[in-house]
Design a binder for this molecule. Structure first.
Ligand SMILES: Nc1nc2c(c(=O)[nH]1)N[C@H]1C(S)=C(S)[C@@H](COP(=O)(O)OP(=O)(O)OC[C@H]3O[C@@H](n4cnc5c(=O)[nH]c(N)nc54)[C@H](O)[C@@H]3O)O[C@H]1N2
Ligand SMILES: Nc1nc2c(c(=O)[nH]1)N[C@H]1C(S)=C(S)[C@@H](COP(=O)(O)OP(=O)(O)OC[C@H]3O[C@@H](n4cnc5c(=O)[nH]c(N)nc54)[C@H](O)[C@@H]3O)O[C@H]1N2
Ligand code: SF4
Ligand SMILES: [Mo]
Length: 729
């Protein structure tokens, strides 16, 4: 006999969007999951990943107990207490022999998704004395933070979607990715904005779901965004369609910018990017005639060789148009869990963008504004000498499938003395691990929507546009006969064994110094409940944690309105729109000959997201792979015909670094000359020669020490030059 279903509200944590969902539980198991039409932000939205969250928890491949590598190479169960004893002893020994820098941390998607795990992990590294804390930001959109520092932050932020007359998306596809540009429930937001007359410009080599709805779609050659953005800036200046008063009052560097964009006429940019100059003019006119609007760049634009410059254009075009919030504007979200910056219509001016904190031993790289360059971590592991990394903790990430330069990443994982992965599966990386720690999954633990509120500061169309928050209590009990830990419990357990107190900063304060001042000290062996942990993480939140804990269905909080104040008398900071390193990069682009010798690698592999999987996660669920069981090599039909292949045929994709095989799939939406492929599929080299089985890994095509960004260390992860041919039978 089945019991009537209990209905619970929950926060989906399968991606960063944190949708408010409803879970129906019967007999202790998930019967159904669906969107919540009463949710004031998501209004019933859910995607198939969220609706399949139940099966995520019961997947046959899910680890219910942590694993230890045995002398014969197999993984076998280990009790969590014994596991923490052993790992703590190994770390103590490494630190004694080689110093704390020999221990590194990499926080991936699912570590980043959970402030309790990432905060405890970083605090544990601080307690050890190791600065070697890496995360996926520097292999994602690091240009965002770098450009923000070169330009200078605008404290009052940007107006929200309902105020824009025009939106320009550059290498981003938020309808599928749920990432920045269109806020939550993006398809509905775009529909509404278009109905009230907002114009949409999309710059993307593929006619994406967003481009389908664009007023102007510039289907640029991959990697050629910067010339097009330069031409748009040039047109705005030439047509006097920029906000001259705002620029005079708030910005330095206008003349340097004007000179640097001068060579990029629409004809020059159009020839480089392979688009009609008239379309560049049309885009510039739409932007030029707008009173308010926004620019948003995504991973495609960040990974294609000029990520910092593209993101810098995003900032400086916003300034040229005066698209920032102005005195008297209301701040749409005065903050619930995160205290926003003071709403002043001013900038503190540019800040250091690199050369911060730890210096790496390879390629002259330093910590940049986006963090330590993850693209250099494999070399830090492989380069002998003082400071060599010998132990790596991977928190909810999958280096083997996600990092650039898979060949080097495999070497590095093998070279480690200690590899510890926190992962619910024996992932492609966990296959090299000494310990795989089995974590609890989202429906088994409590959490707030703090992450999504925090990323509201990344740019326009990110995070919540209203004072919204939700708190989730566990919906499911931990499975029978399981021995699981929340990731933070492991770091607290390791710190206890090493006798180290932890300092847990609050995530509610954006200023790192203020957050550190409000840090809570956790003594070795101190008993903590999850609620106590979240109370310390949310110390100083605009709405007290105890009150937010009542918002189990997600709700809007009644916050006093915040209105942007005018710049105080005598304020010195001004934004910078002609930063020397960026202008030099533009000059170098302008000096490149437009007609080069024939390109030996004439195709470009460009990245994309697939709706039903998240990076390397969700591949174990066949229901989610009903449409694509592989990551196809999407090619324009013209290219398919020239190569003599039809959908389903195998093609060889060769870069200077490696050759992979892909399953060709005809796609008229892809610009000729591009191979549109999703990352984080496949296996290690030699294991995915038949891509029809588990896909193939595009990270293998890149080499970290070639064609890399000098500040973020990131090589091209999109717009990767390749040749393509029909695979021999
Ligand atoms: N060529 C190319 N490369 C790319 C990209 C690209 O566009 N092109 N994109 C880049 C980007 S933007 C990113 S963010 C990175 C992603 O880089 P990573 O974050 O390193 O990779 P993921 O595949 O997201 O790894 C997630 C891992 O977390 C595990 N996991 C799932 N749920 C949980 C959980 O609840 N707890 C824990 N502890 N683990 C869990 C999964 O099993 C999986 O092994 O990849 C980058 N790589
Ligand atoms: N369903 C789903 N959602 C996800 C993820 C997922 O794997 N699946 N991953 C999550 C992660 S980790 C992130 S970081 C976000 C990313 O979110 P987005 O940045 O929106 O990522 P994509 O959807 O891949 O869109 C990138 C676009 O860039 C285009 N592109 C590629 N190269 C170039 C270029 O040189 N120039 C220009 N202009 N465009 C180019 C591609 O064609 C693609 O349409 O998505 C997140 N959301
Ligand atoms: S969009 Fe992301 S948060 Fe929302 S239901 Fe899908 S996976 Fe979950
Ligand atoms: Mo990402």
């Amino acid at each position: 006999m089945t019991v009537a279903a209990e209905r619970h509200h929950t926060i989906c944590r399968a991606c960063h969007a944190q949708c408010g969902l409803i879970v129906e539980v019967e007999d202790g198991r998930v019967a159904r999951i669906h969107g919540d039409k009463d949710n004031p932000i998501y209004a019933g939205f859910s995607c198939i990943k969220g609706r399949e969250l139940g099966s995520y928890h019961t997947a046959p491949t899910r680890l219910l107990r942590s694993q230890k590598r045995q002398p014969d190479g197999h993984l076998a169960d280990i009790g969590s207490e014994a596991m923490m004893d052993e790992i703590a002893a190994k770390v103590a020994d490494l630190v004694a022999r080689h110093g704390p820098r020999s221990v590194a941390l990499y926080i991936g998607t699912h570590g980043y998704n959970n402030f309790a795990s990432s905060s405890f992990a970083k605090a544990w590294m601080d307690a050890l004395g190791s600065a070697m804390k890496f995360d996926s930001v520097t292999i994602d959109q690091p240009g965002k933070a770098v450009a923000l520092m070169l330009h200078g932050p605008w404290l009052a932020g940007t107006p929200t979607l309902d105020h824009w007359d025009v939106l320009t998306l550059i290498g981003a596809n938020p309808i599928v990715s749920m990432n920045g540009g269109l806020g939550m429930n993006p398809a509905r937001q775009l529909h509404r904005a278009k109905q009230r007359g907002m114009k949409l410009v999309v710059i993307d080599p593929r006619r994406t779901e967003c481009a389908e709805q664009a007023d102007v779609h510039l289907a640029v050659r991959a990697g050629e965004d910067a010339p097009v953005l330069a031409a748009i800036a040039r047109e705005l200046i030439a047509a006097n369609a920029y906000d001259r008063d705002f620029v005079m009052a708030e910005a330095d560097g206008f003349e340097a910018l004007r000179a640097a964009v001068e060579p990029f006429t629409p004809e020059v940019a159009g020839a480089r990017a392979g688009v009609d100059p008239a379309d560049i003019r049309k885009a510039a006119e739409l932007i030029g005639s707008a009173r308010r609007g926004a620019f948003s760049a995504g991973t495609g634009a960040n990974m294609s060789g000029h990520g910092n410059l593209v993101e810098y254009f995003v900032k400086l075009l916003t300034t040229l148009k005066g698209f920032w919030r102005r005195p008297g504007d209301e701040v749409a979200n005065p903050g619930v869990l995160i205290q926003p910056f003071p709403a002043i219509a001013a900038s503190p001016g540019p800040q250091p963008a690199w050369g911060l904190g730890e210096t790496l031993r390879v390629r002259g790289l330093t910590q940049c504004a986006a963090g330590l360059p993850t693209a250099a971590l494999a070399e830090e592991i492989l380069t002998p000498g003082e400071g060599q990394v010998r132990a790596l903790f991977v928190l909810g990430g999958n280096p083997i499938l996600a990092w650039p330069d898979q060949i080097k990443t495999v070497e590095a994982m093998k070279a480690l003395e200690l590899l510890v992965c926190f992962d619910p599966h024996v992932s492609a990386t966990a296959r090299y691990a000494d310990y795989v720690i089995a974590p609890t999954l989202p429906l088994e633990v409590c959490a707030p929507t703090a992450l999504n509120e925090m990323i509201g500061n990344f740019g326009p169309g990110w995070g919540f546009h209203k004072p919204y928050a939700q708190w989730s209590e566990p919906v499911l009990a931990r499975p029978e006969r399981s021995d699981l830990l929340e990731e933070w419990e492991v770091f607290a357990g390791l710190a206890d064994r090493l006798g180290l107190p932890l300092r847990i900063p609050t995530v509610s304060l954006l200023d790192p110094q203020a957050a550190a001042e409000q840090a809570t000290r956790v003594e070795p062996g101190q008993d903590l409940t999850p609620h106590e942990v979240w109370a310390m993480l949310l110390k100083g939140s605009p709405v007290p944690f105890e009150e937010v804990r009542g918002a189990v269905a997600g709700r809007l909080f009644d916050r006093p309105p915040v209105v942007v104040e005018a710049k105080p008398e005598g304020w010195a900071g001004r934004v910078q729109i002609g930063a020397a390193p960026m202008m030099a990069e533009l000059d170098a682009l302008a000096a490149q000959p437009t007609e080069g010798p024939a390109d030996p690698y004439p195709f470009r592999v460009i990245s994309r997201r697939m709706r039903d999987v998240l990076n390397s996660s969700w591949h174990e669920n066949d229901k989610l792979k009903r449409q694509y069981a592989t990551n196809p090599a999407f090619l324009n039909p013209e290219d398919m015909a020239r190569l003599g292949v039809v959908s389903g045929d195998l093609v060889e994709i060769e870069s200077v670094r490696a050759t992979i095989r892909g399953v060709a799939e005809s796609a008229p939406d892809v610009r000729p000359g591009c191979v549109s492929m999703t990352h984080a599929w496949g296996m290690s080299p030699g294991e995915d020669d038949d891509p029809r089985l588990a896909g193939v890994n595009t990270g293998r095509l890149t080499a970290v020490d070639q064609d890399f960004d000098p500040y973020t260390g990131m090589p091209r992860m999109s717009a990767i030059p390749v040749r393509v041919r029909r695979a021999p039978a």
